[in-house]
Design a binder for this molecule. Structure first.
Ligand code: ATP
Ligand code: MG
Length: 232
């Protein structure tokens, strides 16, 4: 096996990259991925488990192999949803800091020119996009699918985009009214049908307090957390 930059071509016409720490993966992540897959008829949604994301560098994180194992269990049997090891790094440790812009560039090289590449994020993550590495290049480099998340106002998304990247004119204003933001080189599509009030932080806290997480994660993930004694 090889890291993404040295990986073989990807034979899909449409792919969404869904990055996260997934510590652990939960039903909100699956709902977001399925909603994007179904609305855009995606050939694949890749759950890209982050090695060490810059915004969480000071927080304790479960070992990369555990987070990957849980994503693999959650995606098993889910049509066109799969684990990606693109951020595993050359030694597969997932210990390097990783940036979304590098991920998108590496995938562009693996896709045919006509393939459609999307970046899938929750509303909370998109609101921070201005702080991401090379955020303007990232926003220029692919279309975004932003899914709703309880507690976040989708109207705020426009304010998260640097003004010079927003397309001007009546057509752009019309699409904005329809929940689509036209940028100078890309489009931000908003999917507002997802409403699953769960976070990995809640799950870690519940496990630590001995509370059930049955309704929050797939059964196989719950079993894994219990057998590996994670989050105690
Ligand atoms: P944590 O509480 O540790 O930050 P999280 O639940 O936010 O965990 P992440 O791994 O940080 O999960 O998120 C990965 C991606 O999934 C982000 O784009 C985030 O916005 C999105 N996401 C997470 N939970 C939900 C949810 N319930 N509904 C929609 N999107 C979600
Ligand atoms: Mg989060």
């Amino acid at each position: 096996m090889t890291p993404a930059s040295a990986s073989p071509p990807l034979a899909v016409r449409s792919l969404a990259l869904f990055g996260g720490t997934f510590d652990p993966v939960h039903r909100g992540h699956l709902a977001a991925a399925r909603a994007a897959r179904d609305r855009f008829g995606l050939d694949a949604v890749h759950f890209v488990v982050a090695g060490r994301p810059p915004h969480k560098s000071a927080l304790p994180l479960s070992p990369y192999p555990h987070r990957c194992a849980m994503v693999a269990l959650a995606c098993a049997g889910q049509t066109r949803l799969s684990l990606s090891l693109a951020e595993a790094g050359p030694d597969f440790s997932g210990s390097a800091t990783s940036y979304s812009i590098d991920l998108v560039r590496a995938h562009r090289k693996r896709l045919s020119r006509s393939a459609h590449l999307y970046f899938l994020v929750g509303a909370d993550a998109f609101l921070e996009i201005g702080k991401w590495r090379e955020s303007e290049a990232l926003l220029d480099s692919c279309d975004f699918i932003v899914v709703s998340r309880p507690g976040f106002r989708l109207e705020a998304l426009r304010a998260a985009v640097p003004a010079r990247l927003l397309a001007a004119g009546a057509a752009a204003r019309r699409s904005s009214a329809r929940g689509t933001l036209r940028l100078r080189n890309s489009t931000v599509f908003v999917v507002s049908s997802v409403c699953v009030d769960v976070s990995s932080t809640d799950i870690r806290n519940r496990v630590a307090r001995g509370l059930s997480i049955r309704s929050l994660v797939p059964r196989a993930v719950e079993d894994y957390i219990c057998k590996q004694a994670l989050y105690h």
